[in-house]
Write a protein that binds this ligand. Sequence first.
Ligand SMILES: Nc1ncnc2c1ncn2[C@@H]1O[C@H](COP(=O)(O)OP(=O)(O)O)[C@@H](O)[C@H]1O
Ligand SMILES: [Mg+2]
Length: 240
Amino acid sequence: MSLLEARGIHKSFGALQALGGVDLCLERGEILGVIGPNGSGKTTLFNCMTGILRPDSGRVVFGGRDITGWPTHRICRAGLVKTSQIVRPFLGMSVLENVLVGGLYGKGLLLKRARAQALEILEQVGLAEAAAQPAGSITVAMRRRLELARCLATGPQAILLDENLAGLTPVEIAESLALLRSLNAQGLSLVVVEHVMQAVMGVSQRVMVLDYGQKIAEGPPAQVVADRRVIEAFLGEEYA
Ligand SMILES: Nc1ncnc2c1ncn2[C@@H]1O[C@H](COP(=O)(O)OP(=O)(O)O)[C@@H](O)[C@H]1O
Ligand SMILES: [Mg+2]
């Protein structure tokens, strides 16, 4: 059985149909890339799977349980989180305190255990040296790692990353992808959303493409980039 399965997700905002019956399937231990032009429904799909939005129709199954309509915190405790889902970083708090929040509220740990775990996670994402710095004073690339660290602190089985690489330099992107690969090698399943194709292609075992709320292609990266519908959907975008 797949770890995460969304079936026939429909979501409209008034007259605008953001998702017109989308399926997504994430296997255990997999990195799935989701790409699509701006406005194609990527974030809406993530929000429908993590309880931020309720789909108009369709089901979401995680770890064999139907989680459709569950509140975000319950989905989080079940092991599925989205970057930036747990409120934005508290800018006045330190980097360490921000990660502590994930362990205390997301996972229900006691302070001593949460603190030890937060330090371990900061080490893992390369933020150990910045632990005492106010979250408001760190670079964008570090902020993105902090967001990932806060997700990790909730003890997830799967993390959905929504444009976590946007605005980073090529070197920072390469470092972040290496981090994602190492987390994946430790058993974490990932769905990586980007509207820029390039980064996702290198890290994903499988890619699905959204366009106007429909899945237009799915398969290994090499097959997807060669797909005529995908090339057309991205015409006019940076990496067409
Ligand atoms: N809360 C909302 N209210 C109204 N329209 C929305 C809302 N969220 C998203 N949309 C619309 O739904 C479509 C899909 O948006 P989104 O899922 O954010 O796309 P993506 O993440 O692929 O850029 C867009 O047309 C967007 O304007
Ligand atoms: Mg989006």
